[in-house]
Design a protein around this ligand. Structure first.
Ligand SMILES: Nc1ncnc2c1ncn2[C@@H]1O[C@H](COP(=O)(O)OP(=O)(O)OP(=O)(O)O)[C@@H](O)[C@H]1O
Ligand SMILES: [Mg+2]
Length: 275
């Protein structure tokens, strides 16, 4: 079961990463389509025609530009085309810049995933805030798409902790995703996700707080059970493996909710030092 839940945790991170990459790829696709459409409709063809007209009258350009009806309109027309092409170019550069940033973002997500996959099973000194930021980053696209407002309340004096960061990341990624689902399901407009980190008694506590659907009292007791889920496409593995993982790290995972419609708080508690 231990191995199964470790794998479930890894699958959770992989799912998050892919989901996030998928979201960003959507934007990449949109940008590429916009640029392609603009290029197809580009007024570069008007410029080609104007140049052809000038070449046709190459032997008597002066006469053409001053005497011919079309010729007289040509400078004004060229000016218009030039302005149009400049605007087109500006819009395309902007779109390509967005595209480049999104590709960069995908690169970062993949690199982060790989760096975590490498260190699995090994404890190392980590800055807890950085670890949380990584977990949030793995969900940025999804959080933005569902219009969740993110609040960070980090104790400014957080010590480094020695921990298997892959394990912590798995737990946090699931908590963040669960919070996102809970907010989505609530149907409310002001969806809020707060991450609060406090520190005391040789322990650091990471609370993931949402204002989503909340949890009825009768579910609180079994929420960490393997297979408990209320989601249509849920597995009920996330919290179970999170609670096991927390225990393996010498800590604990706790839940609090004032009931349906009143949000939920999941707190991951970790010891600063392993005894
Ligand atoms: N923040 C939350 N607010 C309200 N209910 C929650 C929250 N987090 C978890 N739950 C409840 O706990 C259940 C179990 O969560 P868990 O993460 O273990 O599994 P899951 O999200 O349903 O599926 P998966 O295994 O894919 O993560 C959820 O289906 C949901 O009913
Ligand atoms: Mg889950």
């Amino acid at each position: 079961l231990m191995e199964a839940s470790r794998q479930a945790g890894m699958a959770e991170v992989a799912t998050s990463v892919l989901h996030n990459v998928g979201n960003v790829l959507n934007s990449v696709n949109v940008s590429a389509t916009i640029v392609a459409d603009q290029l197809k409709k580009s007024r570069i063809a008007s410029l080609v025609k104007a140049v052809a007209l000038l070449q046709e009258h190459a032997t008597d350009l002066g006469g053409f530009l001053t005497g011919d009806l079309k010729g007289k309109q040509l400078p004004g027309y060229l000016g218009e085309v030039a302005e149009y092409l400049a605007a087109e170019r500006g819009a395309q550069l902007k779109e390509l810049d967005l595209l480049r940033k999104n590709i960069e973002h995908i690169k970062e997500i993949v690199a982060m995933q790989q760096s975590y996959a490498k260190v699995s099973g090994v404890s190392e000194k980590v800055k807890i805030a950085e670890l949380i930021e990584d977990a949030l980053r793995m969900n940025t696209a999804a959080l933005a798409r569902h219009e969740l407002q993110l609040f960070r309340e980090y104790d400014p004096h957080l010590p480094e902790i020695s921990v298997d960061k892959h394990k912590v990341l798995q737990i946090l990624v699931n908590l963040i995703r669960n919070a996102k689902y809970a907010c989505d399901e609530s149907g409310r407009k002001d969806k809020r996700l707060t991450v609060r980190v406090t520190n005391g008694d040789d322990r650091v506590r990471i609370a993931v707080i949402d204002n989503g659907v909340g949890i009825p009292a009768e579910n609180l007791a079994r929420i960490f059970n393997h297979g408990f889920t209320t989601r249509k496409d849920g597995h009920g593995f996330g919290l179970h493996s999170g609670a096991l993982g927390a225990r393996e790290l010498g800590g604990a995972l706790r839940v609090h909710s004032d009931g349906p419609g009143r949000g939920a708080t999941f707190t991951l508690e970790l010891p600063l030092r392993r005894s």
